[in-house]
Design a protein around this ligand. Sequence first.
Ligand code: SAM
Length: 286
Amino acid sequence: MATLGIPQNTIEILQKYNFRFQKKFGQNFLIDTHVLERIISEAGITKDDFVLEIGPGIGTMTQYLCESAREVMAVEIDDNLIPILADTLSAYDNVTVVNEDILKLDIAKVAKEHNGGKPIKVVANLPYYITTPIIMGLFESHVPLESITVMVQKEVADRMQSGPGTKDYGALSLAVQFYSKAEIVANVPANCFMPRPNVGSAVIRLTCHAERPVDVKDEAFMFKIIRASFNQRRKTLQNGLNNASNLSVNKEQVVTALEKMGLPATVRGEALSLEQFAELSNLLKA
Ligand code: SAM
C-alpha cells in the first residue's frame, strides 16, 4: 500500500470509498510526510513498544506506527472508516483496529492484555473536540503510561505547558504537570491537513512521571480544589472555595491555610503553583 502521507494517495482512497468527512468527529487527516515522520521520531517509538492510536482515520499515521512499533491498537469511532482501514493496513499483521468510542474503552485493560501491564505509548492526531476528556481520562483512570505524543489545537498545547500567572494557566495545565512533563515539539500549519482545520495545531509530548512530583494526601480532593479555583477565576480563593458545593470547606479554613503558607488572604487560584495547590489541599484535608 502506497503511503497515505502523500496527498494524491489520500485523495485516491477517499474517492475509491466515496468517503465523506464528518465534522462532528473532528476529521482532519494528515497529508504531510515530514510531519508524520516528526511525530514518530518525537514519540521515540521502537520495536519494543505497544502503541495505542486514537482515531486512525484512513490509517495514515497507523502505517508509520506499524513500521516502527511492535504492536499497534487503533481505536476509531467512525464505522465508515473500518473497511477503508482493512484495505490501507492490509500489509501489516501487527495492528488491531477497534471500532469504538475511545472515551468508552477500558484502556487499562488493553495495557494489561497487550503489554503485560507495562507503560504504553499513546500517539494520535486527536479529534480536537474531545482533547481534554481524552487526556484527563488517560491520566485519571490510571492507565500505565510512558508518554502521550499528540497533535492538538495550538491553544490547548499552550494551556498544557503554561505556568502560574499566565492567561493560559488553568486546571488542565496543573493536571498535565502533575502527571507528566509537557513539551511542544512541533507547530503544524493548517495546509498539512485535509480538510484544513480553522485553528492552529501543535504536537505536544507528555512524558509521564514515574513518581508524583508533589506529595498529596488525597489527589481527588486536590483536583476538586483546583477545579473550584479556576471555575471562579475572578474570585479570591477564599470565596471560590467557600462557594464550591462539592468541597465543604469554609472561608476561615481557607484563610488559615493560606496564612500558614505565607500567602495573602486575597490571593487568586491562578497565582498558585502545583506545589502550592498540593500544600493547600493537604492543609485543608488535615
Ligand atoms: N489519524 C488520522 C490522521 O492523522 O490522518 C485521523 C485524525 S482525525 C484529526 C481524528 C480521528 O479521530 C478521526 O478519524 C475521527 O473519526 C476519530 N474520532 C473522533 N472521535 C472519536 C472517538 N470518540 N473515539 C475514537 N475515534 C474518534
